[in-house]
Ligand binder design. Structure first.
Ligand SMILES: Nc1ncnc2c1ncn2[C@@H]1O[C@H](COP(=O)(O)OP(=O)(O)O)[C@@H](O)[C@H]1O
Ligand SMILES: [Mg+2]
Length: 395
């Protein structure tokens, strides 16, 4: 099974492109699910489905054609299915603070529940072998980052805090419940958490396996959008996910010659060049701005036609190596950069803002550094087997 994750800033075109990709995949023969993880769902809207028709069946995938289904993760339904114990406990705690019931219920939707629910589905569908490809239409960048870091966070919680907390609570509950205004979570709460965790087993390996999961970053040819895309690229790489495609959406079509757009065209041209250089060797696709909104199946098919060649396979595995990785070794940090072809010549290294610029011969790569490494400077570089290792230290 393949997982294609569409991420990017709000409004760049993630939902439209994910839906169009789903249509194309189903047309070339894959059993496909497009799943929306964005709490502000618009997947059904993209297909221009009647709200009543679609929402009557929420909680389960909705069939678009023989091989394509779409699914919007519905948090209220998920709470009933998976999160009851947890939200009941949180609600009871919130009530003791004097918050109204309705508010407490609203607040008990904890950050990350949608993402975790989506992951449970991914895991379940994989076990059932229901789909060949799952296309994830993610929330804007910040939340999708939470999505990918969730398994790691959870695992840490389960390993370090959970056993300790549970044991401790067993010991203190008889006393604490008499004196504390807040009721401690019942033992079933922990059973429930454990249960949920079991449902997520293996999802992190799935996300980190480039043969299974690919991230497609959607962007627009605008400076601010590009910045966010670059940060996302670093973040996904940091979490071991493989970004294997960039889609630049809403590029001004060549036939627009109106003077009003002159400046737009110049700046878009410059940014497009920058995008190609920054993300190389990752494939960059361009999609022009349409004369109309991309609404309904016909328009989505049209978008798919622009995005993919007739027989192109968006699920093909095109990258199996992360372009760069960050590691901590013997007390110092290292950046390892995959160089796509053997290069010769001097290695030049310098910092530019929070980016590391690597020059090898005529090749130049900009690597955004994670916060933990942004203050460090490159001290040494070694090139071996097409991998450049850069040592980073405090200067
Ligand atoms: N290439 C395009 N040309 C014209 N309109 C587009 C294009 N791509 C997306 N849109 C429109 O832009 C709006 C936002 O797109 P959407 O896919 O919902 O973005 P996101 O999911 O990233 O928030 C929608 O109304 C969509 O129809
Ligand atoms: Mg969307």
């Amino acid at each position: 099974m393949r997982i294609l994750l569409f991420s990017g800033k709000g409004g760049v075109g993630k939902t439209s492109l994910a839906a169009a990709t789903g249509l194309h995949l189903s047309r070339i023969g894959y059993r496909t699910l497009v799943m929306s993880v964005d709490p502000a769902h618009s997947l059904a809207d993209a297909f221009d489905l009647e709200a009543d028709l679609f929402h009557g069946t929420t909680g389960d995938p909705y069939r678009i054609n023989e091989r394509l289904a779409i699914h919007e993760v519905n948090i209220q339904k998920e709470i009933k299915r998976h999160w009851r114990e947890i939200s009941t406990y949180v609600i009871s705690v919130l009530r003791t603070t004097g918050i109204s019931d309705v508010e407490a219920e609203e607040l008990a939707i904890l950050p990350g529940m949608e993402e975790l629910s989506a992951m449970m589905y991914v895991n379940q569908f994989r076990r059932e072998r229901r789909y060949d490809v799952i296309v994830l239409d993610c929330a804007p960048t910040a939340e999708s980052m939470r999505f990918v870091s969730m398994p790691t966070t959870l695992e840490w919680y389960m390993r370090h805090i959970f056993p300790y907390q549970r044991g401790l609570l067993k010991a203190v509950r008889p006393i604490a419940n008499r004196v504390s205004p807040i009721e401690l979570p019942p033992d079933s709460y922990f059973g429930n958490v454990q249960d949920l965790f079991a449902k997520l087993e293996g999802i992190d390996e799935l996300l980190e396996d480039p043969k299974t999961t690919s991230v497609r970053l959607v962007t627009n040819p605008e400076r601010m959008v590009l910045r966010e895309t670059q940060r996302a690229y670093v973040y996904f790489s940091l979490h071991g996910l493989t970004v294997d495609g960039i889609i630049v959406n809403r590029v001004l079509p060549a036939e627009v010659s109106d003077a009003f757009f002159r400046e737009w065209r110049v700046s878009q041209g410059r940014i497009l060049e920058e995008i190609e250089a920054y993300f190389a060797p990752v494939n960059v696709k361009r999609v022009a701005l349409f004369t109309h909104e991309v609404l309904g199946r016909e328009r989505l098919e049209e978008l798919a036609g622009v995005l993919y060649q007739e027989k192109e396979d968006p699920a093909a595995v095109v990258r199996t190596e992360a372009p760069f990785t960050f590691v901590k070794r013997d007390g110092h940090y290292e950046v390892r950069v995959q160089l796509p072809f053997a290069v010769k010549g001097e290695v030049g290294l310098f910092k530019k803002g929070d980016e590391l610029v690597v020059e090898v011969g005529t090749l130049r790569r900009h690597i955004g550094l994670p916060t933990s490494m942004a203050a460090l400077s490159p001290t040494r570089a070694t090139l071996e087997n097409k991998v450049l290792t850069v040592e980073m230290k405090e200067s």
